[in-house]
Design a protein around this ligand. Structure first.
Ligand SMILES: [Zn+2]
Length: 453
C-alpha cells in the first residue's frame, strides 16, 4: 500500500531536483551580456517554465487546502495562508484556489493546464464559465488558447449568463447596487478615486466619459497631443465640474461648446425572444457590449433612455442590405457594432474608435455589405494602411500578420530549396516543424507555393 504522505514528499523531492539545474542557470544569467537576438528566446523559455510551475500549483492548491495545514498554521482562511506562501494578495490566492477546485470537475481544462497550454488566470477564466455552463468548456478553451485573457473572461461571462436564471441575475444586480461605492484619497501628491456599481449605470457613466473624451480629442487635434488616459481624466473633471482643466495646450479655450456633435452610440445587445420572454434562452444574448451581461429587466429599464439604441435580432443574423456607397449606412454601422463590438484582431480588446473596413476592396466590389466588413481599431488600421499588415484569410477574430508572414494574403514564398542545402534522400517525407504555430506557417507556405506553381 502506498503511503500518501511519503509519495507526496517523494514527488516534491523530484520536483526540487528538477529545479536545481534551473537555479544554477539562473545564478549565471546576466541580462546585459545576452546578445539581443537571443533575448526573446530566453524570455520564452522562462515563460514556459513559469507556466509549468504555475500549472502544477493550480492543480494541487485545492488539495493542499483540504489538508487543513492552513488551520494548523493559524491562518484565518486557506486563501490567506496561500497568499502568504506564494507572496501575492489574498484576492489572487482566493482566485487560484477557486480555479483549483473547479478544475476537479473540468477534465478538458485540467488537461490543458497539465499540458501547459493555459496560465492559471486563463484556466480561471475558462473554469468560471464552464463550471456553470459545462457545454461551453470546449469553446472557451479554444478562445483562451487563441485570444486575450480579457476576451476570454468576457466570453466566459456571456456563456455563464446563458444558463443563469433571470432571478439570480436580478438578485445579483440588486446586491451590487446595494453595495455601490465611491471613495477617494490622496497619496504622494496625487488624488485618486475609486468607483464601483451596477454594470448598467457604469456603462452610462463610461459612455458619457467616452463622448467627452471624443470631443476633447477632436478639439485638441491641432495642439499638443496627449494620451487617452489624460483625456479621460480631463473628461471626468469637465463632466463633474463643468469645465476643462488647464492644460499645456489651450486650443479649446475660445471654441463654442459643441457637446452634442460627437456622440458614440451605446448599445444593448438583446435577442428579441429574450426581451419578449423576460429571460435569455439557450444561445440568447442580453448584454452591454464591452461591459458584460445584464438581466432582461435591466435591459428593459434602459430601453426607456433616449440616448440608447436597442438593437433586437431574431436570434441569428442582423438583416443586411447591399449598399452601393463606400460608407456604411447608419443601420449598417449599428448592426456592425452589434455583431462585432471589438477590433477583429485576435488578442486586441479595443472597443472604441473602431474603423469600418471593407474585407474586399471597394474599388472592385462597388458595394458595402456587413458580411464583407471588419471592425478594426485605429492602431491596427494604421498598421494595415501604413505598413501593409493584413488579417489572415477567414472571418471573425483572427491573426493579423506582417508582410513577411507566410499567412499574409499577398505573401510571396521564398524558393523552396536553398542552393547550399544538401538534397534530401529520395522517398523520405520531410518532417513538419513541431509547434502548431510553425506547422500552420509551414502548411500555409506550402499551399501558397502550390498556388504559385
Ligand atoms: Zn485592434
Amino acid at each position: 500500500m502506498t503511503n500518501t504522505s511519503s509519495y507526496r514528499s517523494q514527488l516534491a523531492g523530484q520536483l526540487r531536483d528538477a529545479a536545481a539545474p534551473v537555479r544554477t542557470l539562473l545564478s549565471d544569467l546576466s541580462p546585459a551580456d545576452v546578445p539581443l537576438p537571443y533575448a526573446v528566446d530566453i524570455l520564452d523559455a522562462f515563460i514556459e517554465l513559469e507556466r509549468l510551475a504555475a500549472s502544477g500549483k493550480v492543480l494541487i492548491a485545492a488539495r493542499a487546502a483540504e489538508s487543513e495545514a492552513w488551520r494548523r498554521a493559524g491562518s484565518p482562511s486557506a486563501a490567506a495562508w496561500l497568499a502568504l506562501r506564494q507572496g501575492t494578495d489574498t484576492g489572487r490566492a482566493r482566485a487560484d484556489l477557486e480555479t483549483s477546485q473547479q478544475l476537479g470537475g473540468l477534465t478538458g481544462t485540467a488537461d490543458a493546464v497539465r499540458n501547459g497550454e493555459l496560465s492559471p488566470q486563463q484556466a480561471g477564466a475558462v473554469a468560471a464559465g464552464a463550471s456553470v455552463n459545462p457545454a461551453a468548456e470546449d469553446d472557451l478553451l479554444e478562445t483562451a488558447k487563441s485570444d486575450s485573457l480579457r476576451h476570454t473572461k468576457e466570453e466566459a461571462a456571456r456563456r455563464r449568463a446563458e444558463v443563469e436564471g433571470e432571478e439570480s441575475k436580478v438578485e445579483r444586480e440588486r446586491k451590487v447596487r446595494a453595495g455601490r461605492k465611491t471613495y477617494w484619497w490622496s497619496k504622494g501628491g496625487r488624488w485618486c478615486m475609486y468607483a464601483e456599481g451596477p454594470l448598467a449605470e457604469g456603462a452610462e457613466l463610461q459612455q458619457a466619459l467616452e463622448n467627452r473624451i471624443g470631443e476633447i480629442h477632436r478639439d485638441r487635434r491641432n495642439g499638443q497631443r496627449e494620451g487617452r488616459e489624460q483625456y479621460a481624466y480631463d473628461a471626468l473633471v469637465d463632466l463633474v465640474c463643468g469645465r476643462t482643466p488647464t492644460t499645456s495646450d489651450a486650443v479649446v479655450a475660445d471654441r463654442p461648446r459643441t457637446r452634442e456633435s460627437v456622440r458614440r452610440l451605446m448599445l444593448v445587445r438583446v435577442d428579441l425572444a429574450a426581451l419578449v420572454n423576460g429571460a435569455v434562452g439557450d444561445g440568447d444574448v442580453c448584454e452591454i457590449p464591452g461591459i458584460g451581461p445584464v438581466s432582461v429587466e435591466q435591459a428593459r429599464t434602459m430601453f426607456g433612455d433616449s440616448i440608447l439604441r436597442l438593437v433586437t435580432t431574431n436570434g441569428t443574423a442582423v438583416i443586411d442590405v447591399v449598399n452601393p456607397a463606400r460608407k456604411p449606412t447608419e443601420a449598417q454601422r449599428i448592426a456592425k457594432l452589434w455583431t462585432d463590438p471589438k477590433c477583429c484582431v485576435a488578442g486586441c480588446n479595443r472597443t472604441v474608435d473602431l474603423e469600418y473596413e471593407h474585407r474586399e476592396d471597394y474599388a472592385r466590389t462597388q458595394h458595402t455589405v456587413l458580411v464583407e466588413s471588419e471592425h478594426m481599431c485605429t492602431f491596427h488600421h494604421q498598421l494595415k494602411t501604413l505598413e501593409n499588415w493584413q488579417l489572415v484569410a477567414g472571418t471573425g477574430r483572427r491573426a493579423f500578420v506582417d508582410p513577411d508572414d507566410p499567412r499574409h494574403p499577398h505573401h510571396t514564398p521564398d524558393p523552396p530549396e536553398s542552393p547550399t542545402r544538401a538534397p534530401e534522400p529520395p522517398g523520405r517525407p520531410r518532417a513538419a516543424p513541431a509547434s502548431p504555430e510553425l506547422r500552420a506557417r509551414y502548411d500555409a507556405a506550402h499551399r501558397a507555393a502550390r498556388r504559385a506553381e
